[in-house]
Design a protein around this ligand. Structure first.
Ligand SMILES: [Zn+2]
Length: 302
């Protein structure tokens, strides 16, 4: 069993990339078949305007309910997540998400994400939303970034103090991190600018991500996208040690954003190569590619 824990369906092209192909339900399923992936978690990303490029609105299902309903046509292959924005329901830290969470669960959603709102991790509105997801046993997958203009995703300073405060404030929620601001913190000595990017080179000192994973058992990490791949490969020996230490907390995902073959991602080939070379065991491979995510999704019975 292999599960891609991070996929999107729709037109994620920027207006200057219209030569590329959108992700459709059909080409998503064809990709899964060709790559030997059994199931994928579909993350609707339509809630926060920061995370959306304009062509998306012309996709066949440019709304969360449409995406969930479309994913439900493939219950053997696609796992449904709902999504929220911490500013919903009146832009207050007192929003009661119970009504919407109840309906998302009725629609078969087993988690929430990807959160792309560009507000700080420790904003009271984020804490309120995440706590309620935790009470409903819905893991929350987020995109992390640095502070500053021109980004999407939950914001933090260098060293992740705001993410640490959210983890302290929501001990009963499962949080799954992803994105440049999250993964750049695998190494210390970051600048704020590097935090929102793809810093290269050896990991001379462990970063806040390593400390947070050791401190907070309810924090998980999704290795998808360029950010996760860069973090695991910038210092290959460190990446393998990281896979060993956190073998129970890492989730394979791709974040494939385009439909053509060039849009495919290198994460599964990387894990397969490390397995073939004996750098990770079959047990680690199985946990990262399926076992961990199945354990987290307590509402999933597929
Ligand atoms: Zn994504």
């Amino acid at each position: 069993m292999i599960i891609d824990a991070h996929v999107h369906v729709g037109d994620l092209r920027r207006p200057d990339m219209m030569g590329r192909a959108p992700v459709t339900w059909e080409n998503l399923l064809a990709r899964l078949d060709e790559e030997g992936i059994d199931k994928a978690i579909v993350l609707p990303i339509v809630h926060s305007p920061e995370g959306i490029q304009f062509p998306f609105w012309w996709s066949p299902q440019p709304d969360m309910v449409g995406q969930i309903t479309a994913a439900a046509r493939y219950p053997d292959r696609l796992i449904r997540f709902g999504n929220l924005d911490p500013r919903m329901g009146g832009n207050t830290a007192r929003t009661d998400y119970g009504w919407v969470l109840e309906r998302l669960v009725e629609m078969g959603c087993v988690g929430i994400g990807e959160i792309t709102a560009n507000v700080p991790f420790d904003d009271p509105r984020v804490i309120n939303m995440v706590r309620q997801c935790g009470a409903w046993q819905l893991p929350v997958l987020f995109h992390g970034t640095g502070m500053g203009e021109g980004e999407y995703g939950l914001q933090d300073e260098v060293g992740s103090p705001r993410l640490a405060r959210l983890l302290e404030a929501a001990p009963d929620a499962i949080l799954i991190g992803h994105g440049p601001g999250f993964w750049a913190e695998i190494a210390g000595g970051l600048t704020l600018e590097a935090k929102s990017g793809y810093p290269r080179g050896p990991v001379a000192e462990e970063g806040s991500l390593v400390r947070l994973l050791r401190t907070y058992p309810h924090l998980y990490a999704d290795i998808s996208a360029g950010s996760g791949h860069n973090a695991l490969t910038r210092d290959p020996a460190f990446g393998v040690r990281f896979l060993h230490e956190f073998q129970d907390r890492l989730l394979f995902g791709t974040d494939v954003c385009f439909g053509e073959a060039e849009g495919r991602m290198p994460h599964l080939p990387l894990l397969r190569r490390l397995l073939a070379e004996g750098q990770i065991t079959q047990a680690i491979f199985d946990k990262v590619t399926a076992g961990n995510v199945l354990r987290l999704l307590t509402r999933y019975h597929g």
